[in-house]
Design a protein. Structure first.
Length: 53
């Protein structure tokens, strides 16, 4: 969990093929607990910073 002061965020590292079913499971868990629907932001990993000559 990251930034828990205002509801927090979670970083989940998952296979691209699994993002849909994981999102649905999380949405259902939120709904079952009586929470507002969560927001999802997806991104792809990339190479880290490097020195440019």
């Amino acid at each position: 969990m990251v930034g828990g002061g205002f509801g927090g965020s979670v970083i989940a590292l998952v296979d691209r093929a699994d993002t849909g079913k994981i999102s649905i499971a999380v949405e259902q868990a939120f709904a079952n607990a009586g929470y507002k629907p969560p927001r999802f932001f997806t991104s792809l990993p990339s190479d880290g910073a490097s020195l440019i000559n």
